[in-house]
Design a protein around this ligand. Structure first.
Ligand code: GSH
Length: 213
């Protein structure tokens, strides 16, 4: 199975962590958003990462890919079948992909990605997102963290992977939730992101970004 993209993208990282937690081996293929490599564009018609192929079968969109992986490799269940659990897992995936990503994307793009891709950064957009857009979203998340440090059903699910991957991007920009402001969320973040599936990627990304040796 091939995943096109770069794990600095929270959506690519989501797929790579999901596959690692399933023990599914992935062949990563570097691709930047908007790349015009025809093989990549055939799989990702709008140039978005991640793109994915398994033999002749291909998909783009991280959620489509993880649902495919779940169906092909049902254990361990990361999108469990129980109706109430599955509903909440999909909700947190959507929350991460459509709500949390808004401030995270503005901060990460304007402070890191723009420079990497030679695009124009607007620091004011990042500052505004950090000051006004991010706090209410993190404040809500703080109310959702159970004592188990798993968002749904007392076990690791896609919910933790989708929310966790966004927290990684905040960490790279030095805007991770602080224990003094969000004690439960900070402890949750530490717990989820220290899993080997996340930790290995994070270490490589920090090296690539010059954030560690
Ligand atoms: N809903 C998509 C979002 C993917 C996405 O927006 N990826 C970004 C990189 S983080 C991208 O490729 N952006 C390029 C563009 O929008 O042109 C998913 O879950 O895979």
């Amino acid at each position: 199975m091939i995943v096109y993209g770069n794990s600095l993208s929270p959506f690519v990282r989501k797929v790579l962590v999901f596959a690692a937690e399933k023990g599914v081996s992935i062949e990563p293929r570097p691709a930047v958003p908007g790349a015009d490599d025809p093989k990549f564009r055939a799989i990702s018609p709008f140039g978005k990462i991640p793109a994915f192929s398994d033999g002749d079968y291909s998909l783009s969109d991280s959620s489509a890919i993880v649902h495919y992986l779940e169906a092909k490799h049902p254990t361990p269940a990361l999108i469990p079948a129980d109706a109430e659990i599955r509903g909440r897992v999909v909700w947190f995936d959507e929350f991460a992909d459509t709500i949390l990503v808004q401030p995270v994307g503005k901060i990460f793009f304007n402070r890191i990605v723009a420079k990497l891709l030679g695009r124009r950064a607007d620091p004011a957009v990042a500052d505004e997102a950090q000051a006004n857009e991010l706090p209410p979203v993190l404040a809500w998340l703080e109310t959702q963290i159970p004592a188990s440090n798993f968002l749904v059903g007392n076990m690791l699910t896609l919910a933790d992977i989708s929310v966790g991957t966004m927290l990684v991007n905040l960490g790279h920009t030095g805007t991770a939730p602080k224990a003094s402001e969000y004690p439960k969320l900070a402890a949750y973040s530490e717990s989820v992101l220290s899993r080997p599936s996340f930790a290995k990627l994070i270490a490589g990304e920090q090296r690539a970004l010059g954030l560690s040796n």
